[in-house]
Design a protein around this ligand. Structure first.
Ligand SMILES: Cc1ncc(COP(=O)(O)O)c(C=O)c1O
Length: 416
């Protein structure tokens, strides 16, 4: 049985002459449903039939392009979403996973063998930190944690067995911006791969266009935008995607972190509105950042010149999508942050919950939640305050109303 796909009409970074336009790249794809539907049909089959034994044998040897074997390997619905994500990033291909952590761990375990070495930004999502700091010890994979802004420390950390330089485009929760082109320069001429988690800034930053080898996502966040599932993605060269899905040696094929195709079909439909959602998240976050600034609150937002990476962000970002929906304020202690978040939830600012990229505003104390895996002395070293309240700003129609609610909480707690 042969299934033919419409080939995505995108080019990889080296062929690209015009500015990369992730929204148009997604929009230009044509994925028809079985009966001419405007959404591609969902293939919820675990396995696929073959007319002849020869065809099946060829498929298992990777010699039957367009054939599907088994959904842990590839599934047509996952393929549609993967092609759309590849178009968005301008990579040759992508592969979709059951969570963001699955995308990260699959990538790192494919790139590293026992005895290898990784250099990573110390500021990453707490789960990523825990995997790098605790879990990889099982495989004798050494990890050096650096301040990703200190390029000298990266150069000094490189060893003959270094396989990966890892960072987040906009780091969680410090909202630092990684200088992806400079990082690419540092590893030029080596075998080191630059892996970038772009979860906070889809469409705003295009890491592969800036030189990253592999881009990973938690699609749980902005890409899906509905907070109704966990999912992830790996965007990379065709070779790398073939490597992870190889039936004999591929980490994705052998550890089995594949995304369910029903979930893929849901994400694919949400991807079509991502560009508009990112614009609105950014617009609302900028509004709040300006209000925090006016009120004299200690805040972090890389979209204003007060942020140390503002100029770099200006250089790297796609100006069509703003500066992102993530903002943080520093209330100094966990004891001051707790009643503030509880009151904001009570008054309807949004939800006191981890995660991000939802249409409602979410807030949490990073040091006590999504970065709690990072030991306190390291939190201190990276400048993570115990009172840092991170906001993922929602798609609120009336953001002035939201600000007035936040302000009322600050005033009633005597913080303003
Ligand atoms: C930047 C970043 N990367 C990866 C992840 C992990 O994603 P998931 O929860 O989908 O496994 C998160 C989760 O919060 C995150 O914030």
């Amino acid at each position: 049985m042969l299934l033919i796909f419409v080939t995505p009409n995108h080019k990889n970074s080296k062929q690209m002459s015009k500015k990369h336009d992730p929204a148009s790249a997604i929009q230009s794809l044509k994925h028809f449903g079985e009966f001419g539907g405007v959404n591609p049909s969902i293939t919820d089959s675990a396995t696929f039939t073959f007319m002849t034994e020869d065809e099946m044998i060829n498929a298992f040897h990777g010699e039957a392009p367009g054939c599907f074997l088994y959904s842990r390997h590839w599934n047509p619905t996952n393929r549609y979403l993967s092609e759309s994500l590849a178009a968005m990033e301008g990579t040759e291909l992508a592969w979709v996973t059951g969570s963001g952590m699955a995308a990260i761990t699959t990538t790192l375990l494919q790139l590293c063998n026992s005895g290898d070495h990784i250099i990573t930004s110390v500021t990453t999502y707490g789960g990523t930190f825990a995997f790098l700091n605790n879990y990889l010890k099982k495989f004798n994979i050494d990890v050096t944690f650096v301040n990703i802004e200190n390029h000298d420390s990266i150069r000094k950390a490189i060893r003959p067995n270094t396989k990966v330089l890892y960072t987040e485009s906009m780091t969680n929760p410090m909202l630092q911006i990684s200088d992806i082109p400079a990082l690419t320069e540092i590893i030029k001429g080596t075998d080191i791969k630059l892996v970038v988690d772009n979860t906070f800034t889809p469409m705003i930053i295009a890491p592969a266009q800036l030189g990253a080898d592999i881009v990973v996502y938690s699609m749980t966040k902005f890409i899906n935008g509905k907070n109704d599932m966990v999912a992830g993605a790996i965007c990379a060269s065709e070779q790398f995607i073939n490597d992870i899905s190889d039936v004999n040696t591929g980490t994705a094929m052998l550890l089995g972190p594949v995304l369910d195709p029903l979930r893929s079909s849901m994400i694919l439909k949400n991807l079509g509105t991502l560009h508009i959602r990112m614009q609105k998240h950014s617009e609302n976050a900028m509004y709040l950042a300006l209000k925090f600034k006016e009120a004299g609150i200690n805040f972090k937002y890389p979209g204003l010149p007060e942020h140390k990476n503002f100029e770099l962000f200006e250089k790297l970002r796609n100006k069509d999508f703003g500066y992102g929906g993530m903002i943080a304020i520093d209330l100094e202690t966990a004891e001051r942050a707790a009643p503030f978040m509880e009151l904001m939830q009570e008054r309807g600012v949004g939800y006191h919950a981890v995660s991000l990229g939802y249409f409602k505003t979410l807030f949490s104390n990073s040091g006590k939640s999504t970065s709690s895996e990072v030991p306190e002395h390291i939190q201190e070293e990276m400048g993570l305050s115990q009172g840092l309240v991170r906001f993922s700003v929602g798609l609120d129609h009336d953001i002035e109303r939201t600000w007035l609610l936040i302000k009322s909480c600050l005033v009633d707690l005597n913080y303003l």
